[in-house]
Structures are given as C-alpha cells and as structure tokens.
Design a protein around this ligand. Structure first.
Ligand code: NAD
Length: 495
C-alpha cells in the first residue's frame, strides 16, 4: 500500500494498516504479563486511534532475561556478520519507509514529510553503524620487549534505551544501531505516547537476520516500565533522552547498579545572527530551528540572538515567514503539526501564559489553535517574543514548543555572553560571513555541537550531545560506539 493510500484510508474512514499492539520479547510479540493496556493518540485530531501493551516490572524482567540469554553469543558473533545484519536492516527500513513514516506521523503528530525524513535518517544510522562493526579496534602498549600489552574492546552487555516521543525512530536508531554494532543486546522502552515505530523496528531487525532476543521492546509508562528497566541489575548501560528531572532519576537508578549512562536532556539553544550574515539564509534557518516538529526538538533554536544593527529587519523577516506557516493534521503534510499530547500542550500553554502575565508581549501567536480543516487537535500557534531580558524564564527555561525568544546583542562579546547565559549547553547556531568570528565563537560557545551558517547541518557522522544540564556523553558518529564498549587491558611476560 502506498503512503497516500494509507493516509486516504485513515483520514477517510479511520482504517489503519496493521500496527503492533504487544511487547516484542525474544523475537516474538508478547502480551503483557499483567494484562495492562493503554491508548495511543492521534494528536492532530485529539483522539485515541490504537491500543498497546502497558507493561510493568514483570515484562521488563522477561525482556532483560531474554537479552541476557543471548548476550554472550551476540557479543561473539563475527563483527562483519553483525554489520551485515545492520546493513540489511537499513535496506528493509528504506523498502518499508511508507509504513514506518505513516505510523510515526500518526503517533507523534509530526508532519508526514518530517516523519519520512526521520525514517530515512534512521536507515542512514543503520548503514553508518553497519560499517563500524568491524572497525572496533584495540591497541598495543609499549611495555618493553620482554612483555606484551594490548587492549580488547568488549561489549558492555545488556543496554537499556529510553526513547522520547519527539523523534521516536531517529532516537531509537541512533542508540540501538551502535549498541548492536558493538555486540550489545538491547531492551528499549519507547515513550508511552509514541510506542509504534520502536516495536516495528525490533520486528524488522529479526527479519534482517538479528538473532531473537538481541533487541527487545517493552511499552508502557515511564514510572511503570521505564523505571524498572533503568534500575534492573541485569542492565549494564542506559541511554536516555528526555527531560532533566527524569534524567537525574535515571542516573540515580543506574548508579545503584554502577551502570553507565548517556543523558541527552534538551536545551535552550541560541541562533546567533550577525549584521554581516546572509539574512535570507538566517531567517530560513531560524524558522526551521524553532518550528520544525513544532519546536519539540532538544536542539531547537529557541533563542534568536541578533545584532542590534539588523534586529528590526531580522525580526520582521522571521515574523513574516512565521505568519505564513500553515498548520494542520500531520498526515496532510502541513508546515506545522500539533504538539504530541494534551499534557504537553498544557505545558507549552502555561509557559506562554505565565510570560504574558509577567508583561512580556508576543509579537505573534501566544495562543492554542486547532486544525483548520477539522477544528480539532492539540496545536499551538507559532509564537515570537521580541527583546526578552536574559533573566526571563522565556530565555532560561526549555518550553519544547513553537515559541521563539529574541535577544539583542551589542557586539560579538555580548552575543557570546547571551549565548552562554542559560544552564543548558546543547547546540548553538552562528550566522556570519566572518570566518574568524564563526570559528572564535565555535570555540568559545558552551555547546556540544555548533552549526555554522546552516542550522541542523551535519548528520549521523557528527558527534552530538550536551554540556551542563543538557547532559553528557555523545551519540552519533564513531563516538557513540564507545558508549557500548568496555576496554580490557591484557599484559604479560613473554621473554
Ligand atoms: P520524560 O523525560 O518524562 O520522558 C522521556 C522518556 O522517559 C519517556 O520514554 C518516558 O516514558 C521515560 N520515563 C519517564 N519517567 C521515567 C522513569 N522514572 N524512569 C525511566 N524512564 C522514564 O519527558 P516528558 O514528560 O515526556 O516531557 C517533558 C519535557 O521533557 C518536555 O517538555 C521537554 O522539555 C523534555 N523532553 C526532552 C526531550 C529531548 O529530546 N531531550 C525529549 C522529550 C521530552
């Protein structure tokens, strides 16, 4: 079935393609031990469309046990064979992209074209790490001619992956593909509002040749299914993407088992635009940075820091483009989709309402909205607050919605000071024609990743992660493979 046919059937009479509704454990669909069920919602229409398993500790125990049973065999599978399986998974994912993109768009609410991009990105992650599997090398160490010393990189063991709802399949792929390449087994817990594509991916991996039990999925809420997973003594490493408070709890739970963690916790990232920048490119960059996925991106450019000389002109350009953005149900391919859940819409709304009650004025937006076709859905209008003081909550707090705050910079030093004025340090965008300035700021800005003259530049090849409250550890690039390895040093006398 083509993606257009799936969309037409669903928007017409609600007909859905086959979607998973149970956990995926030991290579098979598994009913929840205690029978829990939960609904997943079509955010663009504000109504449930499917029911999945609501798992708990009993399901987590089964999934971790399944992974533990095959950990040794998978860790000792020839690396080139592991790589070949990942490459076949990438090819299958590209073949079945329509089914995945449809499910991702419906489950998350995001525009279909963005979901298609995410599925292509996930396939790309499997391709990239398929090539990494047989390039994990140890070293030798100079201890003298009568001794020998070398290192053996080993898989960490069973790894837990807590997946957020804003980029379900991309976050899953960027964590799971390097874990599998390194020889680790996986138990994944997708967000309760977006369980589908992780389940579909685990099933696809088995068809690609992944031995059963190597990748398992338990669906459910954070407290019921996520918490027992990250606290499980069988788990040796946790990769978590989500909010700061939950990340702190995950780290504490993993600490009790002395398991390692990678935390990717969001941000309040600046897009700095200087007077010498290409303002057309910068305005497009700012719009994409904050309105793609309705601003529900850890690395969203939620603060525009602009030189005073072009402040008025930049704001006018960005406002004009923002006013032209069409909202709608994600499956209709709008420029802006709904927020992922009613609860999240409530969080965005309350952040904006509290700013308005403090006397901040929205240049545009500031209100909830609906799909113009159906008058339903959990939408928030594109919103811009101009000239916001650095200590205001609009600058300091992650809103995770389509809300941009503008800060005015007097010069380069001031722009840097404003860029570094929050507790976060995930990414920064810099628009300038001055090569030296671009690289000075790239050096000095406190961020895990810097985009020069194109926001969201780069791909799976470039390491990604945060500083300070944005977390620690790096995903993407070869750096991600190291999260899943421990190094054994071997030394001995030979002479
Ligand atoms: P959250 O951090 O609570 O949820 C993220 C993931 O963690 C989900 O899979 C959730 O089920 C799981 N989880 C929740 N409690 C858990 C626990 N005790 N143990 C293990 N796993 C647990 O985020 P949220 O409530 O869905 O969203 C709130 C805010 O988080 C957003 O407004 C946004 O600021 C931030 N967020 C950031 C990202 C990101 O990409 N960094 C993604 C999603 C949400």
């Amino acid at each position: 079935m083509s993606i257009e046919e799936m969309v037409e059937s669903y928007l017409g009479d609600g007909t859905l393609p086959d979607l998973p509704d149970r956990h995926f454990i030991a290579g098979d669909w598994a009913a929840p031990v205690n029978g829990g069920r939960m609904e997943t919602f079509d955010a663009g229409a504000a109504r449930p469309f499917h029911v999945v398993a609501a798992g708990d500790a009993a399901d987590v125990d089964r999934a971790v046990a399944a992974a533990e049973r095959v950990q040794r065999a998978w860790g000792r599978t020839k690396p080139s064979e592991r790589g070949a399986i990942l490459m076949r998974a990438a090819a299958l994912l590209r073949q079945e992209a329509a089914r995945f993109a449809f499910a991702e768009s419906l489950d998350s609410g995001k525009p279909l074209q963005e979901a298609e991009g995410d599925v292509a990105g996930a396939a790309r992650a499997f391709e990239y790490y398929s090539g990494a599997a047989d390039k994990i090398e140890g070293g030798t160490f100079p201890v003298g001619s009568d001794h020998i010393a070398y290192s053996l990189p080993e898989p960490m063991g069973v790894t837990a992956h807590i997946i957020p709802w804003n980029f379900p399949i991309s976050t899953a792929a960027r964590g799971i593909a390097p874990a599998l390449a390194a020889g680790c087994t996986v138990v994944a817990k997708p967000a309760d509002t977006t369980p589908l594509t992780m389940l579909m991916l685990a099933e696809l991996l088995v068809r690609a040749g992944l031995p059963t039990g190597v990748c398992n999925v338990v669906t459910g809420t954070g407290p019921d299914a996520g918490a027992p997973l990250v606290a499980h003594p069988g788990v040796r490493h946790v990769t978590f993407t989500g909010s700061v408070p939950t990340g702190i709890g995950v780290m504490q739970a993993a600490a009790r088992n002395v398991a390692s963690v990678v935390l990717e916790l969001g941000g309040k990232s600046p897009v700095i635009v200087f007077e010498d920048a290409d303002l057309d490119a910068a305005a497009d960059g700012v719009i994409g940075a904050i309105f793609e996925n309705a601003g529900q991106i850890c690395s969203a450019g939620s603060r525009l820091i602009v030189s005073r000389a072009v402040h008025g002109e930049m704001v006018a350009r960005v406002v004009q483009k923002a006013q032209a953005i069409e909202m709608g149900h994600g499956l209709r391919r709008p420029a802006l989709g709904p927020l992922n859940s009613d609860a999240h819409l409530g969080r965005v709304r309350s952040a904006v309402e509290s700013a308005l009650s403090r006397g901040r004025r929205a240049t545009i937006g500031g209100t909830v909205a609906t799909d113009p076709v159906t008058n339903a859905g959990w939408f928030f209008a594109p919103t811009i607050f101009d000239d916001v003081p650095a200590d205001d909550a609009l600058v300091q707090d992650e809103i995770f919605g389509p809300v941009l705050s503008v800060q005015v910079a007097e010069d380069e030093a001031h722009a840097l000071q404003l860029a570094n004025c929050t507790d976060y340090g995930l990414v920064a965008g810099i628009y300038t024609a001055d090569f030296g300035r671009a690289h000075r700021l790239a050096r000095d800005v406190d961020a895990g990743q810097v985009y020069l003259n194109e926001y969201f530049a780069g791909g799976i090849e470039v390491p990604f992660g945060g500083n300070r409250r944005s977390g620690f550890g790096r995903e993407k690039g070869f750096a991600a493979v190291r999260n899943y390895l421990r190094i054994k040093g071997v030394a001995g006398r030979i002479g």
